[in-house]
Write a protein that binds this ligand. Sequence first.
Ligand code: PMP
Length: 410
Amino acid sequence: MSTDQRSIQDVQEALFSRRAAGIKQSAVRDVFELSLDPSLVSLAGGNPYLQLLPLQKVGELAQRIIVEQGPVALQYGSGLGTPELRAQIIEVMAAEGITNVGIEDVVVTNGSQSAQDMACKVFCDPGDTVLCEDPTYVGALNTFEAYQVKARPVGTDENGLIPDALRARIAELRAAGERIKFLYTIPNFNNPSGITLAAERRSEIVEICREAGILILEDNPYGMLRYEGEAAPTLRSLDAQNVIYMGSFSKIFAPGLRIGWAAVPTNLFRRFYLAGEAVALCPPTLNQMIISAYLDEHDWKGQIAKYNDLYRSRRDAMLAALGEHLPAGITHTHPEGGFFIWLTLPEGIDTYELLQQGVKAGVIFIPGAAFSPSGEASNKLRLAFCSVDEETIAEGVRRLSLLLEQAIAS
Ligand code: PMP
């Protein structure tokens, strides 16, 4: 059949790559569209509460940078990021207790999301395997799918990845002929579960991966948002040679600037940053300069402390409301930081269906299956406490609990 006999759409759609078939809109995005309705209480979005930023000050420094340094700020820059910001990232990492990183290890990225993409591009061929938590970050799962990579869950409990389960999973998958490239993990305040990998498990996880010849991709955007307890060492600080660390300014400053970074072992560094350069040429120069000025001129650690006070109160409000209203038979996590609480409902309640009822009842959340590489989380859901005030949180949990009572009774 010639082109003119078929519709142009059919002809074009036949040109899609096999890779593109795996790219789909994330369920999280679907729910975002719903959250624009002001009558709904949204416990869905993991958006940082930017109203707390010194916006006047940020505006002034952005203005100053453009007026005084416009030809640099609005110009292309290095694919590695600006030298100033790379040096400051070393200080930000030091504030998290990571001291084994040099400026030459750091590449600035378009959010940590693009660092995940770069890692897949550099390490994964179609059909390769990566290991991850179940549940895990939906954006990473989407990236894995886009690269036709199999995301294989490793057993976890309330203390995160279980070292023996990791060992057994590697052996099992290798026996089945799978090529495992890396372990993707969110050790601090997992999105969506809120769970943190216990300090005493961290060296063991690092050793297992090293011995097995598997890289670790450590995703740590929430690490500094801790509301209680002691920080455990990052995996990167335990092993500079086998861990690619991904950090982000999205949660500690502003996600709209789209600036994150990766700290990459020396021998992997060049390929890694070239993979980013091929997509975006360079991270946005103006945004990097705004962040540099903000870090230089504002008490950014004090700002994080303010955020932590606010988010702690909101977390506590959500935990209290869950304690007061949730019907029996439902369990939830108790995060020490980050943005999220993960609920497990009785088997048989499908949280996608519950969300449809939630829209009518005026409360939305994210159904658990979106975050599950095994697809076994249909009776789970994620609540976010970061972006709404305490009263609204209490009202949202009350509405959700009524729905859950009905779902359990029916
Ligand atoms: N990793 C995790 C665990 C996240 O929750 C997010 C954002 N929600 C990202 C990565 C992406 O962050 P960024 O804005 O830096 O791309």
